[in-house]
Design a protein around this ligand. Sequence first.
Ligand SMILES: Cc1cc2nc3c(=O)[nH]c(=O)nc-3n(C[C@H](O)[C@H](O)[C@H](O)COP(=O)(O)OP(=O)(O)OC[C@H]3O[C@@H](n4cnc5c(N)ncnc54)[C@H](O)[C@@H]3O)c2cc1C
Length: 367
Amino acid sequence: MSNSKEICIVGGGLAGLSLAILTAKNGWKVTVLEKGDYPRPKVCGEYISMESYDFLESLGVNLSKLQTPIISNFTLTTEHRISASTKLKTGGFGISRMFLDHELYKIALDNGVSIKLHSKVTAIKKTDFGFTIQINHGENLSYPLVVGTFGRISGLQENKKQNSFVGVKYHVEAGPSEDTIEIHQFKGGYCGVSKVENGAYNLCYLVDSNALKSVKGNIEALEEKVLSRNPSLKKRLQSKKLTEPVVTSKIYFGTQNSMQQGYVLLGDAAGFIPPLTGNGMSLAFRSAKKLFLSLQEFQKHGEYNKLLQENHQYIQHYLKFRIKKGRFLQSLLFIQNPIFNKMLCYALVYIPGLLQILSKQAVGKKI
Ligand SMILES: Cc1cc2nc3c(=O)[nH]c(=O)nc-3n(C[C@H](O)[C@H](O)[C@H](O)COP(=O)(O)OP(=O)(O)OC[C@H]3O[C@@H](n4cnc5c(N)ncnc54)[C@H](O)[C@@H]3O)c2cc1C
């Protein structure tokens, strides 16, 4: 396989754009194929762990000038009117995806990346010389190297016995103090509330898709009948809505097999971690940085199988482990048995340091 410095990145989200910027800054000819446009809303809790702060600044996102809210406290509330709070050891910051994705898009363009918008990739095929890519409007393109950063996909390896979830997000006018992220537990899900850079509060929840089905997909009814049973969350839901709700398709958690696909996968395309307990955005940046380092080696020796193997190892070891921890933390938030639920909440309130130990499990080392 050719080791020319040319790469095509399928999907212009966080993993795709950050890899595009890193490679373009290093002299690569980079094309990004993106099915949508910018700026655009995205269902996301918009809380990024501190492990990504310096990485984003190094890409050119001027976070310190933006004065994004720095979040260092965590409060958990339940339907039983119990709440527990802790200081976050690593903490994070709040930034809207509308702003962040658009900012990375502009930085990529400034660094010479060619971004083809409204280009939905429908097939990627490996050839003797590289890859051919089919786009929805009938065009066929050829590239020596292709990376899949197209976000969440169905058909993940571990989803066979899982319940599916949906995510809902919008911005509201009021919330906790700007250094705090709240997680409000309710039957069948949990909701995060924290401030973002434009002064609004992100309100984002994950709910068992059956709960939404039981109210015939009506978000207002779901919030009134299910979420509002948690009095602290009820108060947040009463805050003035600043944006319309955006809803995801069904969500499953697990990893993908890049060896089977025959091309490198990054970010959510490689594996999807439970949101709010897992830091998917930081994992997207981490995977891009890791691949960038592997690409430096690939460029010298042209060993494609080694590149693919390294990506496979990352997914099967590091990513799988993080997803496992994220799912464990999420399962605690989802305990439905009222007795166990109350016991857990009391344990979190009365056992010093327990909440901090659990919250530490969601974070990785600095990227
Ligand atoms: C409800 C919810 C809440 C979350 N909250 C948080 C949080 O608070 N903190 C956190 O760290 N993470 C959170 N996440 C996870 C985070 O949003 C993702 O991990 C992150 O967006 C992954 O980035 P990515 O680049 O892999 O994928 P994406 O950002 O989804 O980008 C994929 C890109 O590919 C494009 N695309 C898709 N298919 C094609 C195609 N066929 N052809 C061309 N382009 C295509 C899409 O348009 C998109 O631009 C949350 C996720 C959900 C669902």
